[in-house]
Structure formats: C-alpha cells, structure tokens
Ligand binder design. Structure first.
Ligand SMILES: Cc1ncc(COP(=O)(O)O)c(C=O)c1O
Length: 354
C-alpha cells in the first residue's frame, strides 16, 4: 500500500526541551488508516495532526472497543533516530486487537508507516539527556451505532509526543500501596490487552493510593487477591536472595516489553530469573527474614522504577533503606544505554529509523 503524504502548511514551534513533561505536546503530523469490511485496511496517509470529527454515537466512545500501544524513538549522540523493539509493540497491538475483536494490521506495514512518519518528524525527537519522542499507535471502533457488537469500521492512527526525562530529580525509589479493595483485571478478562477500559478501571484505586501519599498501586490477582500481578501500569520484579522473581504471565498481566528485556538481559548476565506466582505474604516474609533485597517496576515510560516502601493493610515495609538497589541500577543503565545507542545492541533490539 502506498502511503499518501500531506504536509502541514505551517509548523509549530518546537518546545523548550528542559520543560517537557509527558503527553501534552504533539508533533506536526500523524498517521491515519481506515478499515471497512469491504476494503480491509485502506487509505494509509500521513497528514497534519488534527482533531477527529466523529458522530456522538461512535462505538469507541460507548463500548470502549479500542487498543493502543506505547513506545519511544530515541536520538543517539550522533543524531540518528532509533526505536527499541518496535516489532514487539505491533505484535502486542495485534494480540490486544484479537481480544477486542478488532481486525489485525500488517505489522511490517505498520512499522514502515511509523518509520516514514518519524522521518518527517525527525526534528521533534528531542536532544536533551533522557528525553525521547513518545509514540502512541491506537485503533478505535468507528461505527456510529448504539448496541453492543463489534464495529464494522475502524481507524488506526499514530500520534507523537516529545517527552522529558522520567526522573528529572534523579532516579529515586517510590512508595507503593497494595490495593485490597480493587483489582485491575481478572483471569479470562482483558488484562493482558492494552485496552482503554483497563486504565479506566485503575483510576479509583490510584486516586486512593495518592490520597494516602503513595505513588503507585500494587495490584493483586482478581481471584484470590493474594498473588502479585503488576504495579501501577508497570510489571514488577522482586530480588529475593540472589533470584530475580517476576509474576508469570497468566492472562491478566500485560506482557511488558521492558519486562521481557529485563528477563533476557539479567539472564545474559548469569542471573537467575524466575517467572512464577509470588504472593504478597511471601514478599512480606522475605522482608522479615532479611532476604528481600530489591523491588522494582518495569515499563517503557520509566524503564525501571525502584520501590522503596510498600504498604499492605497496617504493615509498612521499607526496602533498600531509601536508596536504589544495584540490580535496579544496573538494569536501568543497561537498557537506557542500548536505547540511546551508548551500548552495543547485543540482543538485536534496536531498529534504526533515520
Ligand atoms: C498495565 C501495564 N503493565 C505493564 C506495562 C509495561 O509494558 P512495556 O514494558 O511494554 O511498556 C504497561 C505499559 O505499557 C502497562 O500499561
């Protein structure tokens, strides 16, 4: 398929790179493509970033049939633009789509379209240390129809947003609250899909955690409320004795690309990484016995987010005495160095763009 390109007549001024937050500024152009049963995916186009006009009955707005992804483009010291494991994001997008009855996109074509968009928007990839261009591929159901069924039409779009360093004040541990009242996802549901409803479902618990002075929610499983699943919108790891343990993928956990990168990198370093069920009780016991060394979250936004305090009911435990553990630190630096082209891409994760 040929991608039609319509350039913006005027370009926006680039933002001050020292003031970049997250997700508020958008670039000049976006990618769009439509789906209908008759034509399949068609009319791929790069055009100025613009608001959508849609019927108030548009199905996505009512029934939440949509999926999205999140990845970043990085600028290397030599000025080249590169992506980190983008094929895995498009593969996950299609896996999410299959759970939401959304037609698959051609992953190779989607990556080609993204690279073409990034080449046009190259100047929007910020230069400052630890900044990047966040990429949000999304698919929404577009039939104007009130009634619960899968839509017959869809829009696939990609928008871009320059983002600042996740840790502008330094790489510091966060406080997390174990949610006893709420669960994020359940077995047989859509927890392993990146779909809007999962994030809407996480808001109330997140607000309650903030009200108590905690940054993130630690989610327990939806069946027994005993086994640990994720932290905020990140995957989670525990270093107990000399083992790195992470909850096994069970259908209600999002299979994070950073999670997979942590597992594979740590294994190449000769560390023992185990994917298995891990209960909150086991973590508290390990803390009591002095074998719990580190807890950290993993995700595209933060890469690694060390946990310094955990609260479960009336029990509050402190991990690492307020400083970042050596494994969290090593993983954070190693993954970032690969993403920014400062370290050799030994595992073949980098996709050059331009
Ligand atoms: C619920 C949830 N878990 C985990 C992750 C981490 O996934 P990744 O490492 O691919 O960013 C994300 C972010 O995408 C997420 O939204």
């Amino acid at each position: 398929m040929q991608i039609t390109i319509t350039k913006a007549e005027t370009l926006k001024p680039k933002p001050d790179e020292t003031q970049l937050g997250f997700g508020t500024i958008f670039t000049d152009h976006m990618f769009n493509m439509d789906y209908s049963n008759e034509k399949g995916w068609h009319n791929p186009r790069i055009e100025p970033h613009h608001p959508f006009q849609m019927d108030p009955a548009t199905m996505m707005l009512h029934y939440g049939q949509g999926v999205f992804e999140g990845l970043k483009a990085y600028r290397t010291e030599s000025g080249a633009i590169q992506l980190f494991r983008p094929k895995d994001n498009f593969e996950r997008l299609n896996r999410s789509s299959s759970m939401l009855c959304i037609p698959a996109v051609d992953e190779t074509f989607a990556l080609t379209a993204l690279k073409q968009l990034l080449t046009i928007e190259k100047e929007w990839v910020p230069h400052a240390q630890e900044t990047s261009l966040y990429i949000r591929p999304t698919i929404i159901a577009t039939d104007p129809f009130l009634g619960v069924r899968a839509s017959f039409t869809y829009r696939f779009f990609i928008i871009l947003s320059p983002v600042g360093a996740y840790y502008p004040e330094g790489f510091n541990p966060v406080k997390i609250l174990v949610s006893k009242d709420h669960v994020r996802a359940v077995r047989g549901g859509v927890g392993e899909a990146k779909t809007p409803g999962n994030y809407a479902a996480s808001l109330l618990a997140g607000n309650k955690a903030h009200d108590e002075g905690y940054t993130q929610v630690l989610w327990l499983d939806g069946v027994n409320q005993e086994y640990i699943e994720e932290v905020g919108s990140m995957n989670i790891f525990f270093v107990i004795n000399d083992e790195i343990i992470t909850p096994e993928l069970n259908g209600s956990i999002l299979p994070g690309i950073t999670r997979d990168s942590v597992i594979r990198l740590a294994r190449t370093w000769g560390m023992k990484v185990i994917e298995r069920k891990i209960s909150i009780k086991e973590v508290l016991k390990a803390h009591t016995s002095g074998t719990l060394k580190e807890i950290f979250g993993s995700g595209t936004a933060a890469v690694i987010s060390p946990v310094g305090e955990l609260k479960y009911g009336d029990t509050v435990i402190s991990i690492g005495g307020g400083s970042v553990g050596p494994i969290s630190n090593r993983l954070f630096n190693a993954i970032q160095d690969i993403q920014y082209g400062k370290a050799e891409d030994v595992l073949g994760w980098i996709e050059p763009v331009c």
